[in-house]
Every structure is written in C-alpha cells, then in structure tokens.
Write a protein that binds this ligand. Structure first.
Ligand code: GDP
Ligand code: MG
Length: 163
C-alpha cells in the first residue's frame, strides 16, 4: 500500500486548496462512513519518484466555537490513526489561534512525523509571519501559498523524505 499523508488543521487555513493542488486531476474519493459525522477526501499524490495517498480531513460541518475545537480534535485523531506523515496546516494571515494549539497538543502524542505547513504566505512581507509557529514545537516548518502555488514542492520534499 502507498504511504498515507493526512492534512490536519482548523477550518479555513486552506487544507482543501492545497489538497486539490497536490492531487491535481487525480481522482479523489469521498468516503462517507455511515454513522460517522466526518467525511474524508482521499486522493493520490506524487513527488518525483514517490507516490502516496493523501487525506483532506477537513470535511466537517462547523457551527460555533465549540464545534470547531471538537472537529479539529477529531481530524487530528483520525490523522494520528491513519497517516504515516501528518501535514499540520496553519495560517500566516491570522497567526496562531487556540484551535492550532489544541491540534498541536494531540499531535505531540502521535509517534508520527509532523510537518507544519504555514499557508497564505502570499508575499514577501508575510515570510516573517512563519516564525511564531516554531513555538508549536515541531521541527519542520514550510511556508506555502495555496493561492499562488508556491512552496508546495518544498512541502512535498519535506513530507516524502519520511518514506
Ligand atoms: P480549509 O477549510 O482548511 O479546507 O480551507 P480552504 O481550502 O477551503 O480555504 C479557505 C479560504 O482560504 C478560501 O477562501 C481560500 O480561497 C483561501 N485560501 C487558501 N489558500 C490561500 C492562500 O494561500 N492565500 C490566501 N490569501 N487565501 C487562501
Ligand atoms: Mg476544506
């Protein structure tokens, strides 16, 4: 089986945007498990000679702050269970939030590699906004922009070196 990469993060950081850029035109399957309030999108990605499955864990309906925390918690648990490498996505535009810290707490317990992708680094002014996320305590941090498609090669390089 191909290695599994999961994208985790609170709503609106850009998970689906990056997921779509990574899978390109490779068909994604929506798995809708009966009785489970979460949908996952599975796709296939490749980088150089490496193929992998990728999950967008963010298909959860959100209502209110408590729901956000509950949903990101579920996503993180799902990723910890299923993934070989976890992409923890955060947002340079909004900076760090309580929900980000919440996800980080769960990911510390995962004995799996975590790569932090700081999305929305759309311009050079925002490059400095990456640094606050080092305080999350994960070693690898890559700045990307889903809008411009920049940094995605660097992200995939960091991810695929784990398998
Ligand atoms: P998700 O909820 O984490 O799956 O996030 P989405 O992929 O749905 O994106 C949330 C919003 O952020 C959308 O309006 C996107 O167009 C926007 N977005 C995604 N990537 C970027 C980016 O690199 N820069 C900016 N400025 N906006 C982005
Ligand atoms: Mg999404």
């Amino acid at each position: 089986a191909r290695p599994v990469v999961a994208i985790v993060g609170r709503p609106n950081v850009g998970k689906s945007t990056i997921f779509n850029r990574i899978i390109g035109d490779k068909i994604a399957i929506v798995e809708d498990k009966p009785g489970v309030t979460r949908d996952r999108l599975y796709g296939r990605g490749e980088w150089l000679d490496k193929e992998f499955s990728i999950i967008d864990t963010g298909g959860i309906e959100i209502e209110g702050e408590d729901e956000i925390l509950r949903s990101v918690r579920m996503q993180a648990e799902l990723a910890i269970e299923e993934a070989d490498v976890i992409v923890f996505m955060v947002d340079a535009k909004t900076g760090m939030t309580a929900a980000d810290s919440e996800v980080a707490e769960l990911l510390y317990r995962a004995k799996k590699p975590v790569v932090v992708a700081v999305n929305k680094v759309d311009n050079l002014q925002r490059v400095d906004d990456i640094y606050e996320f080092y305080s999350l305590g994960f070693g690898e941090i890559i700045g990307i922009s889903g809008s411009h498609g920049t940094g995605i090669g660097d992200l995939l390089e960091a991810v695929t070196k784990h398998f």
